[in-house]
Design a binder for this molecule. Structure first.
Ligand code: URA
Ligand code: SF4
Length: 216
C-alpha cells in the first residue's frame, strides 16, 4: 500500500517544471511529467505550440484523440474550426501561442481498440497541471489570453467562472501572480456540437473580434 502523501499522490506538476530555460526546455521536461495519473493512459504530453514572442495565448481544455496521437494542440476538428474563426476575426493563427489547461488526453474506452471518448478533466487534474500553464505564461508573456471554454476559465480564473457571463469581454485579473488581460469565449468543440452551428460560430468569431481589437 502507498501511504497518503507519498510523492505519487502529490498530484502536482511542480517538481517536474524546470526553474530556468525557455519553451524548448519546458517542452522537454513536460514530456516526462508524472504530476497526475493522466500520463499513464495517454500516448504523450501535448505541450503548447507557438513562438516565445506570440502576442496572444489561446488556452483550451486538454488534448483530444487526434492531439494525443500527433503531439500537437488543436490538431483535430476543433483546431480546424478555431483556425478559421481566428482568421475571420483578423487574428493570424500563426502568430498565436496555443495550449491547453491540461496536457494529457483523458478518455474512457469501452474495450481496447474501441473509440476513445473524451472525458473532461477534474479540478484535481487541472490544478496539478497548472504549473505548466504558469510557466508558459511566464516565458511567452502574451499581451492577451483567449480563454476557450469553461475548463480553461476555471483553471485560470477559479471555479466560479461562467463562460456565458463574461464571454466577449476584456477581463483584467492577476493570474499566477502576474496581471493579465483575458477574453473568454466558448470552446470550438461546443460550436461543433451546437444545434445551430452557424449562430454558435458567429458568436465565437464576434468574441475573437473583441480579442483582435484589444490587441490592436
Ligand atoms: N480541444 C482542446 O481543448 N484542446 C485541444 O488541443 C483539442 C481539442
Ligand atoms: Fe503532468 Fe499535466 Fe500530464 Fe498530469 S496532465 S501528468 S500534471 S502534464
Amino acid at each position: 500500500m502507498v501511504a497518503a502523501g507519498a510523492p505519487e499522490d502529490a498530484c502536482t506538476a511542480e517538481p517536474f517544471v524546470p526553474g530556468r530555460g525557455g519553451l524548448a526546455a519546458l517542452r522537454r521536461a513536460a514530456a516526462d511529467c508524472r504530476g497526475c495519473p493522466l500520463h499513464r493512459d495517454a500516448t504523450q504530453t501535448v505541450f503548447g505550440a507557438g513562438n516565445t514572442d506570440a502576442r496572444v495565448m489561446l488556452v483550451g481544455e486538454q488534448p483530444g484523440d487526434q492531439e494525443d496521437r500527433q503531439g500537437k494542440p488543436f490538431a483535430g476538428p476543433a483546431g480546424k474550426l478555431l483556425d478559421r474563426a481566428l482568421a475571420d476575426a483578423g487574428i493570424d493563427p500563426g502568430e498565436a501561442y496555443v495550449t491547453n489547461a491540461v496536457k494529457h488526453f483523458k478518455f474512457t474506452q469501452a474495450e481496447p481498440r474501441k473509440r476513445r471518448i473524451h472525458k473532461a478533466p477534474n479540478l484535481r487534474e487541472m490544478t496539478a497541471c497548472g504549473p505548466w500553464l504558469a510557466a508558459e505564461l511566464a516565458v511567452v508573456e502574451p499581451e492577451l489570453i483567449v480563454v476557450l471554454g469553461a475548463t480553461a476559465g476555471k483553471a485560470l480564473l477559479g471555479s466560479s467562472f461562467r463562460v456565458t457571463q463574461v464571454r466577449g469581454t476584456v477581463l483584467e485579473e492577476e493570474i499566477h501572480g502576474r496581471p493579465e488581460r483575458l477574453v473568454p469565449t466558448v470552446h470550438p468543440s461546443a460550436v461543433l456540437r451546437s444545434d445551430d452551428r452557424e449562430a454558435a460560430y458567429r458568436g465565437l468569431v464576434s468574441d475573437l473580434e473583441v480579442a483582435a481589437r484589444a490587441l490592436s
